[in-house]
Design a protein around this ligand. Structure first.
Ligand SMILES: *Cc1c(COP(=O)(O)O)cnc(C)c1O
Length: 356
């Protein structure tokens, strides 16, 4: 049967290779990897390719995805601060969740008691990025409440940076996490075996050997699938950045001016655009659009093709300089960034193919 377009093609061998490379790199520094599966909607062929590399823990932000892992023997972590309304499912489908609210932890406790389980939690600490986590000054008082809650085991501290505020992890902010761990272990006479030092933005510190001693877990999504650390956007050494390729089909190809004719109002998304006059250019329309992708995150594999823009379901390319003979029906290939991958994997209009 012929392929359907648009599609994402995943090279599973490259995914396994990336996971293996990153796992070895982290293990050398005594850091464990929780493989984050949300960006590809926890598609099982990809999850399996990562587990094949020797990863022992998977992490996702949505219960719906964790449910798919029920039969897997690896550890499962819930990444997003749980909703009180999903407390019993959190306990049922994850071994560990990241938390920042006492009321929620109490709900998890009740659910765990009901299921006769102990639920592990990592307390999230906000080190300045201003997404989730208790402020550093409130960590000790929060821990004093958590340790009294039944069926809940506090196994560590965690943080998340470079997500909302764009704060880059460094030895100073991650060092604070280690200081807090030591203070809590002493003050409460308990062990905090897990220090979860962030996401793919923390990986550069493993690469350049500056990650503070004591950080022993990273939660990695993008680094594994796109082979990129996300503090500086560099390719991870010896990793593939093209394990995921987006392909689309040309439905129109015509030479047209670069500046629209008529009075310019807003586009379909409420933006007023300006147009650089490059004269008459050969334009190709690919059948994919903003409902399926983040246009800004596309990079044509052919350097002679560039992106003019897109509406909901039309992507407009400048193919004037393309040396290949493109016609209606030709397939164009793109590398994609995190936002684009997230959208494409989530879109039901984009077909997914897995190559071994
Ligand atoms: C999404 C997420 C991650 C993974 O982020 P990447 O940049 O893909 O590595 C890690 N931790 C939390 C809490 C997340 O929500």
């Amino acid at each position: 049967m012929g392929k359907k377009y648009p599609c994402v093609e995943v090279n599973l061998k490259k995914v396994t290779h990336n996971a293996k490379t990153i796992l070895a790199m982290c293990n050398k520094k005594h850091i464990d990897v929780a493989a984050v599966t949300k960006v590809y909607c926890a598609e099982m062929p990809i999850v399996e390719a990562i587990l094949k590399a020797g990863v022992t823990q998977v992490a996702d932000s949505r219960i719906l995805n964790l449910k798919k892992f029920k039969e897997l023997s690896c550890k499962k972590m819930l990444l997003r601060i749980p909703m009180i309304s999903e407390a019993s499912e959190v306990v049922k489908y994850s071994d560990c969740s990241l938390n920042s609210e006492i009321d929620t932890i109490r709900s998890l406790s009740k659910a765990a008691k009901g299921l006769n389980k102990i639920h592990n939690i990592i307390l999230m600490v906000d080190l300045g990025d201003l997404r989730e986590g208790v402020m550093t000054n409130d960590v000790v008082s929060t821990v004093s409440k958590i340790v009294k809650i039944e069926n809940i085991k506090l196994i560590g501290l965690g943080t998340n940076v470079t997500c909302y505020g764009g704060v880059i992890p460094d030895s100073e902010n991650l060092g604070k996490l280690i200081d807090l761990k030591l203070e809590i272990e002493k003050g409460f006479n308990l062990k905090l075996p897990v220090i979860s030092g962030g996401n793919s933005s923390s990986l550069y510190m493993v690469i350049n050997d500056t990650i503070p001693k004591g950080v022993n877990q990273l939660r990695l999504g993008e680094a594994i699938v796109l082979g990129r650390e996300t503090s500086f956007g560099k390719t991870v050494p010896n990793c593939y950045d093209d394990a995921f390729i987006l392909k689309g089909e040309i439905v129109e190809i015509k030479s047209k001016p670069t500046v629209p004719t008529g009075t310019i109002g807003m586009d379909a998304f409420g933006n007023i655009l300006s147009f650089e006059n490059k004269g008459i250019r050969k334009r190709a329309i690919v059948a994919i659009g903003r409902q399926d992708i983040r246009v800004e995150g596309l990079t044509p594999m052919d350097n002679d093709i560039s992106v003019f823009g897109a509406s909901s379901d039309h992507l407009i390319l400048d193919v004037t300089d393309c040396k290949k003979q493109l016609i209606v029906g030709s397939i164009v290939e793109f590398k994609i960034d995190y936002g684009c991958l997230l959208a494409a994997m989530t879109s039901t209009y984009v077909e997914k193919y897995y190559n071994n």
